[in-house]
Structures are given as C-alpha cells and as structure tokens.
Write a protein that binds this ligand. Structure first.
Ligand code: GSH
Length: 242
C-alpha cells in the first residue's frame, strides 16, 4: 500500500498516525505541498482532486482521510483493536458523529487560524486584518468549547474509556494552530489532559514524529517563496478571506 502524504497536513497526520500505531505497513510517498507537488503531472495521475492524503492499495485509489481511515480499519479488522472504530452500533455512531462534525467546525476553524497566521502575510503581502483574525479566533474558540462540552465531556476519550479515530482526527487539527505559535490548548485543563492521554496511547515518539514538520512550520514560507505557488494562492486567499 502507498500513502501520499505531507505531514504538514492534518488529515495526512491522522492517516499516518493510525497506520503506524496499528502497524499497517505502507510506502510513504511524500507530496510536498509547499513546493506545489500536488499540481505535478505525476500526482495528477494519482488524484485529480490534487489534495493529500491519498491511499493506493494495489490499483485501488482512495482520497479523503476519513474514508481512508475507515477503509484501513475494515481491511485490517482482524488485527486492529475494536476501540479504534467500535463494532457496537452506538459507539461507532459516536465516532461517526465526531468525524462528520469536525469537517466544518474544528478542522475549518483551526485551518483558518493557521492559514492567517502562517501564510496570509506572505501570500497577500500585508498584515492580517484584525477583524479577520478576531473572527477566526472566535470560531476556533467555539469549536474547542464544543469539543470539550459536547464530545469529550468528563470522559478520558471521546467515546469513553478508550482512544478512537475521533480523538486522533481531533488532536491533529488542534496541533495546526499550535504549530504556528498559537497554543490552542492554553487554559484548557481538560483538553491538555486529554491530549496527553492521546499522546501516551499513540506513543510520544510517534506523536512527535508526526508533528515534527508542523512544529517547524516557520520554514514553510521560505520553501514557498522559491516557487510559483504563491501567485496561484492569491485568488484562493482572496476568496477565503473576503
Ligand atoms: N477532506 C480532505 C481534505 C484534504 C485536504 O484539504 N488536503 C490539503 C492539505 S490539509 C491539501 O492537500 N491541499 C492542497 C491544495 O489545496 O493545494 C481529507 O480529509 O482528506
């Protein structure tokens, strides 16, 4: 199996962490987003969506991190522990509930803060307008509040006593703003304790390996400045932050 990944990307990290944590062997095919490799002819043959992650299992090509995670759980169900994606109807529904919610909430909001802080000045050639940053931070705060109050509550993990795909997909998103210097965990005792439990379950070494590139994200702009991707991103940013 091949996984096309760039670990700067949150959904790539969740797929990477899961495959590594449960011991699914794969070939790591790096697609360096900052260098615009998603627009290369070769990658276009793998996925017309031109986004990572992508999984290639023989001739079967799958995009979308959540679909990839679910595919891997099902393909390797004899060796993957049940808690990752429980067979129990309601427990699985809880995981699915989080996976459905996060796309338009924690993922969108954490990504916006990341894009504004780490990339906006470089791409747009100006400081981030205060109203845009304030609005993005307000949305992120709301998502984090909901993660705590609705999904985590007072449980060790989102579905209860055990780690699941939901925790994995959540933690990688919160690490995105952290990577660009905004400690989204600050003052959130419950979330900090949960992050430490998730880290421990995954293995600290693996967690840190997966987050190494995002924690060194200050090197992204330099990579981008040296290619033509910057100009291509201007209309995208104008649309996203109009
Ligand atoms: N919903 C997709 C999102 C994939 C996605 O947005 N990937 C981003 C990196 S986080 C990407 O490849 N962006 C490249 C681009 O837009 O040019 C998933 O969960 O896999």
């Amino acid at each position: 199996m091949e996984l096309y990944l760039d670990l700067v990307s949150q959904p790539c990290r969740s797929v990477f962490l899961f495959a590594k944590a449960v011991g699914i062997p794969f070939q790591f095919k790096r697609v360096e987003l900052a260098a615009g490799q998603q627009y290369s002819e070769d990658f276009g043959k793998v996925s017309v969506i031109r986004k990572v992650p992508v999984m290639k299992d023989g001739s079967f090509v799958l995009t979308e991190s959540v679909a990839i995670l679910q595919y891997l759980v099902q393909k390797h169900r004899s060796s993957v522990a049940d808690h990752w994606y429980p067979a129990d109807l309601q427990q699985r529904a809880r995981v699915n509930e989080y996976l459905s919610w996060q796309h338009m909430n924690l993922r969108t909001h954490g990504s916006k803060v990341f894009l504004l802080r780490a990339m906006f000045p470089l791409i747009m050639g100006s400081e981030v307008p205060k109203d845009k940053m304030d609005a993005a931070l307000e949305d992120l705060t709301q998502s984090l509040d909901l993660l705590e109050e609705k999904f985590l509550q007072n449980k060790p993990f989102i579905i209860g006593d055990k780690l699941s795909l939901a925790d994995l997909v959540a933690v990688v998103e919160i690490m995105q703003p952290v990577g660009c210097g905004l400690d989204a965990f600050e003052g959130r005792v419950k979330l900090i304790a949960w992050r430490e439990r998730v880290k421990k379950e995954l293995g600290e070494k693996l967690f840190d390996e997966a987050h190494e590139s995002i924690m060194a994200v200050s090197s992204l702009p330099q990579t981008m400045q040296s290619n033509t991707q910057l100009a291509m991103l201007i209309p995208k940013f104008q649309k996203l932050f109009k």
